[in-house]
Ligand binder design. Sequence first.
Ligand code: ADP
Ligand code: MG
Length: 609
Amino acid sequence: MDIIQLLPDSVANQIAAGEVIQRPSSVVKELVENSIDAGATEITIIIKDAGRTLIQVIDNGKGMSCTDARLSFERHATSKIKSSSDLFTLNTMGFRGEALASIAAIAHVELRTRRAEDEVGTKLTIAASKVEGQEPISTPVGTNISVKDIFYNVPARRKFLKSNQVENSNIVTELERIAIANPQISFTLNNNGVEVYKLHSATLLQRIISLFGKTMNTQMLPINLTTTLATITGFVGKPENARKRGAQQFFYVNGRYMRHPYFHKAVMNAYDGLIPSGEMPNYVIKFEVDPATIDVNIHPTKTEIKFENEQHIWPMLSSAVKEALGKFSAVPSIDFDTEDAPEIPIFNSNAPVRQPQVSYTPGYNPFKYSGVNKVSNDWQKLYDNFETPSIVEEEMTMLSQPTTQQSVGVEQELIPTETIPASVGNYMQIKGRYIATTIKSGLVLVDQHRAHTRILYEKYINNIDLNTQPVQKILFPEIIQLTPTQTEIMLAIESELLSVGFEISNLGSGSFSITGVPEGSEGLNYQDLLLKFIDIATETGTTDTTLFKKKMVQTLASSAAIPYGQALTAEEMEYLTQELFKLSEANYTPDGKPTLSCLTNEELEKRFK
Ligand code: ADP
Ligand code: MG
């Protein structure tokens, strides 16, 4: 007896679906890519229950005819390639004709679509690969497709889905990749009735800012390189904005997101010596190459893409990034004296080797300098304060001369001019860590990070007490996903977070969006920070809000304070020192570490006896 049977189409489709559709985010990716291929300029994505209940994508693309609508759900039905040779000139995202067939095999699908030239559109309902209905319908030009109850007929797969927060974050990840690839397209993401993103048509940099926050504006340096092998454009983060976790790193080739460990190394090579090991820079780098020189055909869901000219593109990429970082001085952008040189097509004439235009400033300063002009009057206060024993107790008790100014306060004319050091404005930075300057009573060393931490701490505490902490609105909120335990704590500390300037809105299912942050705390990784706050609250408990607040502000101040290793200008050193000495508790950090140390004139004299 023969035992081999042909599988019914529906079963074959279901098996094939497993290849393309692994989770709700795969559906989102496929549908949105179809909208892009259809020339849409506006795409709306609606998600319910992390995609379990509903994934809906609405576009204003070219739509489908009645026949095409029906055909689009057949396996290997595509309008994008006609012969195998088309595979080598791909400029669409899809081409296999598998996505819709796969989706229809494992969900309830409802499609509404209309072309501009048709008066009526088509509505089509399919479930488990079976067409359940098709009728003419009035609908806007474009396509509106709803995928309901994903994997309803494949319980094993449905069970395999992760928690809502994981599935949600997968969806957001897919969408971010696509949104960065297509900044000219408007995207709206609505999750359980909450608008998570509304991204307007924009430039690449604007799109990056919309997704990852305003601080990206000052963090990203443009890269731009045209050769006959590839055009490389995009943005790379300044070295000082590199971070240990959560760096935003995106590679694209011809509009397609890809992972490329080999090119990643080329980028990291350019940062060599500029960032501590273990830290990762942000980057968004786009390659445009001849489609015939890449192979996107490896696997429908794989993001690895093979380049024919990988070895030649490597040094170009590394050079382009170095150039953006201003790392070159006299060195030309590409070293042609390599063995490979003759094979590398030379830059074409309208893209000559350029000298670096963007200079890398190791001293880029995240805190705002409030202005040099204010300095002169405040100096008097500085000396005055500095002599008050409560400010620098230990150091000052060693002073021998009694001071007369102490009693008369801050009026500057009462301070004898000869007490003002000759070296006002003389600051020296030592080992990227200490600020050295002279004061009337001797030499003072200030720890730059700790000093700034103290200054910020006082500022935040003061603002909290007065309820005046300014909030910097984030137009396109960062999303943070929490476990159920973390979610509980987050809800418990919400009002404390608000008092320090964090505006958080609860999106449900452990998903929160950060819509506002404390003004002046630019450039921080807010997700990391909030996780730290949650850890602190776990430790302190959420009932003792005073202790929690203190520790939270301490952490915030320390994260926002200028780091060690950052070069400071004279003005910045002056500003820091001056602001520090204005405080009543200048000489220790909130957690009790010394911020400054003083070498008195007396001690100095002793040393030279
Ligand atoms: P592929 O994208 O690989 O061609 P799909 O299964 O994703 O395969 O889609 C099948 C076909 O359906 C596409 O080739 C396209 O002609 C049509 N199609 C799918 N989605 C849309 C859409 N949003 N607008 C217009 N046409 C679409
Ligand atoms: Mg497709």
